[in-house]
Write a protein that binds this ligand. Structure first.
Ligand SMILES: *Cc1c(COP(=O)(O)O)cnc(C)c1O
Length: 496
């Protein structure tokens, strides 16, 4: 499969090249020139396999310059080496009203980012020799919470790869900070940055484009790469779990083979739902993709009205990983649904940069409407949904999953459509104990994090993941705090 830039001004790339480069040289995102159609009997064959083998087979459809044996080896290392707390890896929890939750948080950092970030390092390491690059890689990442920890866990202890994560000193939760500063393993470094996420992100972007620093890196036989969700190597492992979940639904008799389901995804940067869109366009029986947003509902307006407008107030919500006004991966959906109209994509992205808004032509708007439904939910609705899931289903969910579950319910109420819905559950509720306890009306919601976690465990009878309970006793390894202007010094001393 060949990959093209969504902006049409870069040469085609192999999948290995796309993974090594991350962003295309013209600023666009590498996207399949044409999506593969599923071979005959693909789904029945897939259903007979365990998760790692399913993932390898799905990834082989995209990553045609890797062998399936190679991909299976990576999938086994990523998913079967004890880093996930269940052999099913991404189990589906079914309820009798036809709502099915796809639990994507059984990995080492308890959020769905692990599904891709446990795989990306293997793909990147194997991609380098395929592209003829013999240099070592320095992964540089700014994080608002979940990505940094998941990337650290994925890239630790890998020869030839180092990773440096910057997080905003006052912009992450205490649990998220502890997860990062207690990181174990070789080749890892974490630094706090004074300021907010934008300061850290802007600082990292400046490092990427600092020619002197790049030259210094090159002299050491090293180059920068990124682990964020514009990398193709994150989208492909995500497509795998939608195929896998469909197979699980068929096996338990919840849908007949070939019958449609809806998929509902709590969305921020549009990466997770983009993977579901690709699966659908390749032939996975998906009727509608339900795009769920929090109060930062720029995507709801876009899908309903065909107009993307980022010029609005930014809200901090209970579902912080979806607090975003510019969803990068939407650019790939524009490319795919316009059937590769790169001039149109360029025009939309130009307008977004210059004016902060753009509007879709009618035909393209209709193609989005045929595939997507969109809805949103504010913090009050999020709390209600957490409580309802606990009281009515006996099931504890995190605030991001709550947003999706609410929107899935709204869709069913609005349309009367009883087709089974697969809802992506993207984080363990124990990552957001305060929000969950407050939704359940418990006083401990204001206490220290350790007490909150214990209270939630006692209340629900569910044990928190060991990766989170260990946090309170692990030694802190990284105490550095830097000014945004001094981030280069951190990079240089890490290299030395
Ligand atoms: C990153 C994240 C999301 C949003 O996923 P996108 O791919 O950015 O749309 C949703 N929920 C959780 C818990 C996340 O960490």
């Amino acid at each position: 499969m060949r990959y093209v830039s969504t902006r049409g001004r870069a040469t085609e790339a192999s999948s290995a090249e796309a993974i090594v480069r991350g962003l295309a040289p013209d600023g666009g995102l590498y996207t399949p020139a044409r999506l593969a159609a599923l071979p005959p009997d693909f789904l029945p064959d897939l259903a007979a396999l365990p998760y790692a083998a399913r993932a390898a087979r799905v990834m082989a459809l995209f990553l045609t310059d890797f062998t399936e044996a190679e991909l299976l080896g990576f999938a086994r290392q990523a998913y079967d080496s004890g880093r996930f707390d269940t052999p099913e890896v991404a189990p589906v929890r079914s309820f009798d009203d036809g709502v099915h939750l796809l639990e994507l948080w059984h990995g080492p950092t308890c959020a769905f980012k692990d599904m891709a970030l446990q795989m990306l390092p293997h793909l990147l390491r194997a991609a380098l020799p395929k592209t003829g690059d013999t240099r070592r890689v320095l992964i540089l990442t700014a994080t608002s919470g979940d990505t940094g920890k998941a990337a650290l866990e994925g890239f630790r202890d890998l020869p030839g790869i180092q990773i440096l994560v910057f997080y905003p000193k006052d912009g992450v939760s205490r649990v998220q900070e502890l997860q990062m500063v207690t990181q174990e393993g070789e080749g890892v470094c974490v630094s706090a940055v004074r300021g907010n996420f934008d300061d850290a992100q802007t600082g990292v972007k400046a490092l990427f484009s600092d020619a002197a620093l790049r030259a210094a890196l090159d002299e050491k036989g090293c180059f920068f790469s990124s682990a964020n969700s514009i990398n193709l190597g994150r989208l492909v492992p995500q497509a795998a779990y939608y195929f896998s979940a469909y197979c699980d639904l068929v096996r338990r008799g919840a849908v007949a083979m070939g019958a449609p389901v809806h998929i509902c995804v709590p969305t921020g940067n549009f990466g997770n739902i983009l993977s579901a869109l690709m699966a659908r366009e390749m032939g996975l029986p998906v009727a509608r993709l339900l795009c769920a947003s929090n109060r930062n509902n720029v995507l709801t307006d876009f899908i309903r009205d065909g107009r993307y407008d980022r010029r609005r107030v930014f809200y901090n919500t209970l579902s912080p990983s979806m607090d975003i006004l510019v969803s990068s991966n939407l650019e790939r959906a524009l490319y795919l649904l316009s059937e590769g109209d790169t001039a149109l994509v360029r025009d939309c992205m130009d307008r977004l940069g210059r004016e902060g808004a753009y509007e879709l032509p009618k035909a393209l708007r209709a193609r989005f409407a045929a595939r997507f439904y969109a809805g949103y939910c504010d913090d009050a609705g999020t709390r209600e949904e957490i409580r309802a899931a606990y009281e009515d289903r006996g099931y504890l969910i995190d605030p991001h999953t709550a947003v999706a579950l609410r929107v899935a319910g709204d869709f069913r109420a609005e349309t009367g459509d009883g087709t089974p819905v697969l809802v992506a559950s993207t984080a363990s509720p124990f990552k957001f104990c305060g929000a969950v306890l407050s939704a359940l009306g418990r006083a401990q919601a204001d206490g220290p994090e350790k007490a909150q976690m214990e209270a939630l465990a006692a209340l629900s009878g569910v044990s928190p993941p060991p990766a989170l309970t260990d946090l309170w006793t692990k030694p802190v390894r990284f105490t550095g705090v830097t000014d945004a202007a001094e981030m280069e010094r951190v990079v240089r001393s890490f290299l030395a």
